[in-house]
Design a binder for this molecule. Structure first.
Ligand SMILES: Nc1ncnc2c1ncn2[C@@H]1O[C@H](COP(=O)(O)OP(=O)(O)OP(=O)(O)O)[C@@H](O)[C@H]1O
Ligand SMILES: [Mg+2]
Length: 762
């Protein structure tokens, strides 16, 4: 993140507004700094927001209908069942002092107004800060108009101190030209430049990068030539937009033809993307994929493209204004259709690869990858469906089943599946699969009638098109439905039928069969049949282990652990549940650990470890609260009653009120990410929590140049910095990455960019 330039009085005013009003909107012209200011203000609220601030980047969605889904996803309450995303969001904010930041509302005025209106009406504690080019016009909205950065006339401000705009310029200038500093000699020119740019932060950032090749005087002259025509008019919104537009046009003109083409093409990405995706999507019409990294680097150097390392992965993105500009440029070319199609192809290929590989050792990273790429995958779905390509839409939605049912957004899945199913109603194998996915998602959401209906339509269609494997999967889900309804005999029969079909399809040892065995084990567990449960679980486990798979394996341990607990074999229940926690740990959804942790608390109580059980109950209370998960969720009525409450009662009785409360409170203070460690009885290692090194943009550039094999001197000249500075960047890199040679830096870069482009399958 680049440094923040002082806006002390604005920050104080916004913080005051947020503390007193429930809805505050920051409006202002594009690039004036609304987003930056909102984030900074929230960060500064600290203790006044004990439950944190939650950011939703709305540029990632296009449809008002998805606003609540996007918010639920940002809060990580999207996977849970039995309720709409709006209910989940409402539940999340209930009794909480948290701030919701909706960033970039202008294109979703209706969806935002609905969500905000509902939250303000139903949840007294909800506080919302939005940024938008226009006010939302909802309830008691307090509008704060963000003005450009402070300017001073000619000379530095009073007492000779430069004002905000000049500070921003100087900061960004010294990033490209390390010897640059604001002095009494150049202050007047810098002020004049900032005036020219109306104090617009984005314009100032773009212009400052020119100091890589120009002196301050030259920069001023260039701007004078370029902007002479703009002088008319007051400092109004319209004028600011013209100034920004002129600056962006100028930046565009100063890009090389390759950079210009790349800028336009990159606008098809939504949210963040990696090098491999950019290299595949944009390398058309004579652009060599190998050259893409260099071109991206050029755009980063010009402040057009943002870059950050997240969990060891390098991700790029365009600020919204610059993305929209790129999109306009792209529209004027004939590559638009090609590039948009390649974007959709790339993500279809990625998802289909994930579908083939998720039932294996890379499972957790595939699920995390789907989550990280979700904005772009969603854009690909939108592309296929809005261009009327029912087949590719169905392929993409069909391949996403494993993500949607394991940790993905289930309500949004329903949105896409409804659109897929409505687009083309002609029977086909692909439609049968989409119906099955819709049924599966409905089961996860506990929408039983819908699920039964979709599955009943899917089966004959799969049979009609001779797709044995799909039929087997469908019957497997019907078995699961029957089990949920308490129809155990029917469940057993459907399980046998599904296994027969899997065998006919030559897939007796895949994910589908493993799930059937697991459901059979669940029936055994509910019947208290140790032999049947163990036999079916062993079969499921053998399949999962052979694939190096963890997720479904954890289900089998849930059955075995619960059965042991039901039979009073507390120690064994603890042992089995421990294994279950180990398997579920580290996934992209911390809430996915809840069932395992809950089972551990019952087993711990049964083993007579009451204090520990009470602490776990406190930790679970906190976990449920964090993800707005009610007790009793997902426990179908035909099953045994959820033991959570009775277990808490027993623990409380055993310990006495005082001791219980103390132990429970201790649990509520365990950080969410350490609960599993506590449940396993391990000591928390602080270093387990760091995710990827935090490199500065410059360090990242240096790392890439090291990887290209450049010497310190070559790096210095490439970046127009001194050799000493280059050396010191390398020192920092080695320190931050915990490495001790240049070769290791090169290996690190190669590893974090390991996904080379591969051709799509279509
Ligand atoms: N006070 C500041 N200090 C440092 N950088 C700033 C400041 N304000 C804005 N910027 C930078 O200026 C650029 C534009 O800011 P930002 O994205 O916040 O504008 P915005 O008003 O949200 O634009 P949009 O209408 O396109 O969403 C960003 O690169 C941001 O980091
Ligand atoms: Mg913004």
């Amino acid at each position: 993140m680049t440094s923040f330039v002082d806006r002390r009085s604005e920050l104080a005013e916004i913080q005051r507004l947020v503390s007193t009003a429930r809805l505050v909107t920051l409006t202002g012209t594009p690039g004036v700094g609304k987003t930056r200011l909102a984030l900074r203000a929230a960060a500064g609220l600290g203790r006044r927001l004990p439950d944190g601030a939650w950011l939703v980047e709305l540029a990632e969605i296009r449809d008002d209908a998805l606003v609540a889904d996007a918010v639920a996803q940002a809060l990580r309450v999207h996977h849970l069942v039995d309720r709409s995303p709006l209910d989940a969001v409402r539940e999340f904010f209930r009794d909480r002092r948290a701030l919701l930041i909706l960033d970039g509302c202008e294109h979703l005025a209706q969806g935002c107004a609905e969500l905000v209106g509902t939250l303000l009406r139903d949840v007294e504690t909800a506080r919302i800060l939005t940024t938008s080019r226009e006010a939302l016009a909802v309830g008691d909205e307090r509008v704060f108009v963000v003005a450009p950065l402070g300017l001073s006339n000619g000379a530095p401000g009073r007492n000779g101190t430069p004002v905000a705009a000049a500070h921003l310029f100087a900061d960004r200038a010294s990033a490209v030209s390390p010897h640059f500093a604001l002095t009494t000699e150049n202050a007047q020119l810098v002020n004049a430049i900032c005036h020219r740019l109306d104090g617009l932060p984005l314009a100032i950032e773009l212009a400052a990068t020119r100091l890589r090749v120009l002196s301050v005087e030259h920069l001023m002259h260039r701007l004078d030539d370029r902007f002479a025509v703009l002088d008319a008019g007051h400092r109004t919104g319209a004028r600011h937009q013209r100034t920004l537009r002129a600056t962006v046009d100028w930046s565009f003109d100063l890009c090389t033809p390759q950079e210009q083409a790349m800028w336009a093409r990159l606008s098809v990405f939504v949210g963040r993307f990696d090098l491999a995706a950019a290299a595949y999507v944009c390398a058309v019409d004579g652009v060599d994929p190998e050259s893409v990294f260099g071109v991206l680097d050029g755009l980063v150097a010009k402040s057009i493209l943002q870059v950050r390392t997240q969990a060891g992965q390098v991700r790029y993105w365009l600020l919204d204004t610059l993305r929209q500009y790129g999109a306009q440029r792209l529209r004027a070319t004939d590559t638009q259709a090609t590039v948009r199609r390649r974007h959709a192809d790339w993500y279809l290929d990625l998802v289909e690869r994930a579908e083939r590989e998720w039932f294996g050792p890379e499972q957790i990273s595939w699920l995390a990858r789907m989550q990280a790429e979700w904005a772009n995958i969603r854009a690909a779905l939108e592309f296929h469906l809005s261009s009327g390509d029912a087949e590719l839409g169905a392929r993409l939605a069909g391949a996403l089943w494993f993500y949607w049912t394991n940790s993905g957004p289930t309500n949004e899945a329903g949105y896409w599946l409804d659109r897929v199913l409505a687009l083309d109603t002609k029977p086909s194998a692909l439609r049968a699969k989409a119906l099955w996915v819709a049924g599966y998602v409905a089961i996860v959401r506990n929408e039983r009638d819908r699920a039964a209906d979709w599955l009943a339509q899917a089966r004959p269609m799969a049979a009609q098109f001779g797709d044995r494997l799909l039929e087997a999967w469908i019957v497997g889900r019907q078995q699961s439905m029957a089990t949920i309804q308490g129809e155990f005999d029917r469940g057993m029969a459907l399980g046998e039928e599904a296994l027969r079909l899997f065998e006919e399809a030559g897939e007796s040892d895949g994910a589908g069969a493993a799930l059937v065995h697991t459901t059979t084990a669940t029936i055994g567990m509910f019947r208290g049949d140790v032999g049947a449960t163990t036999a079916a679980s062993n079969r499921a486990q053998a399949i999962c282990r052979a694939h190096g798979e963890r997720w479904i394996q954890a289900f089998t341990l849930a059955n075995l652990g619960r059965l042991a607990w039901m039979r009073g074999e507390a120690e064994q229940a603890i042992e089995l549940t421990r294994e279950m926690i180990r398997l579920r740990r580290g996934g992209p959804q911390p809430a996915a650990l809840l069932p395992a942790l809950e089972q551990m608390s019952w087993a711990t109580e049964a083993a007579g470890q009451h204090r520990r059980a009470a602490t776990l109950q406190g930790a679970l209370h906190q976990l449920r609260r964090t993800f707005a998960i009610p007790v009793n969720t997902k426990v179908p009525a035909v099953y045994l009653l959820d033991p959570t409450q009775s277990c808490e009662r027993r623990t409380r009785l055993a310990l006495g009120e005082r001791a219980y409360t103390n132990a429970f409170r201790r649990g509520t203070r365990i950080p969410i990410e350490d609960i599993a460690t506590f449940a396993l009885g391990e000591k928390a290692k602080p270093d387990q929590r760091t995710v990827g090194p935090q490199l500065t943009r410059r360090e990242l550039q240096v790392a890439h140049l090291v990887a290209e094999g450049l010497s310190n001197r070559e790096i210095a000249s490439r970046l127009t910095i001194s050799t000493r500075t280059a050396e010191s960047h390398i020192e920092h890199l080695l320190g931050k990455l915990g490495l001790n040679s240049r070769a290791q830096i090169a290996a690190w870069v190669a590893h974090s960019l390991q996904d080379r482009p591969t051709p799509p399958t279509s």
